[in-house]
Design a protein around this ligand. Sequence first.
Ligand SMILES: Nc1ncnc2c1ncn2[C@@H]1O[C@H](COP(=O)(O)OP(=O)(O)OP(=O)(O)O)[C@@H](O)[C@H]1O
Ligand SMILES: [Mg+2]
Length: 256
Amino acid sequence: MATNILEVKDLQKVYPNGTHALRGVSFDVTEGEFLVVIGLSGSGKSTLLRCINRLHDPSSGSVKFNKDEITTIKGQPLRNVRSKIGMIFQHFNLIPRKTVMTNVLTGTLSKTGVFKSIFGIYSEEDKKKAQELIELVGLSGKERHRADNLSGGQQQRVAIARALMQNPKMLLADEPVASLDPATSHSVMQYLKKVNEELGVTILCNLHFLSLVRQYATRVIALKGGELIYEGSPKEIDENWFKTIYGEEAVEVTID
Ligand SMILES: Nc1ncnc2c1ncn2[C@@H]1O[C@H](COP(=O)(O)OP(=O)(O)OP(=O)(O)O)[C@@H](O)[C@H]1O
Ligand SMILES: [Mg+2]
């Protein structure tokens, strides 16, 4: 039987300004899944990912990663968990003037320490691994190019390679293709799929376009006003569900 890598139970998040962004969200993620979170702008998708990797502290509820409760841990235990949960952002968050190789190597930061990384002291083993990951995301030959000279899709692939440096068990991706054109979006999604299928890394990803969701998600959850209102296969999102999730007035825009 498949094991749960993540168990989220009755998660609540109230921001200091009083916004109630998550209202009792519960779901499990099975090892190896490609689970996509959908919902209107402001429905709580980013908040959910941030409460999982503890960029934000949830107000109450439970998040278990590999059966360990992680909502209250701090210090080294938190760093250990974070090294197993990689993160990818909409705007890539690379160091613009550094090379592809250096950006990927910064993925070892929690192991290497800030001092070593500032002086570029990386082990041969790390360099070899970075090289392999650059190949995995199809960027061989670009190792010495500056990150800010790459296209958006290429930059996101560098970010994927960087996130893989610590051998994460799971990747959280917050709108990873929202800044990209349709063709490039598919290319980046294909690499995430490859990481999911070939390396067995579980993916938890927020996406806007349902056509991408249908193509890449193994399962979907939908948030509305901070509540989980749908959990199931992407195929089961018919017109009725679409209107429930996105509103009566919504019209589906496709990305081909
Ligand atoms: N740091 C914050 N402080 C206060 N309120 C916040 C903060 N971040 C988000 N919110 C609010 O919490 C709610 C959920 O926001 P969140 O960013 O999680 O939505 P989202 O689904 O990711 O939206 P989008 O699709 O636009 O990225 C919104 O009402 C938002 O205004
Ligand atoms: Mg968001």
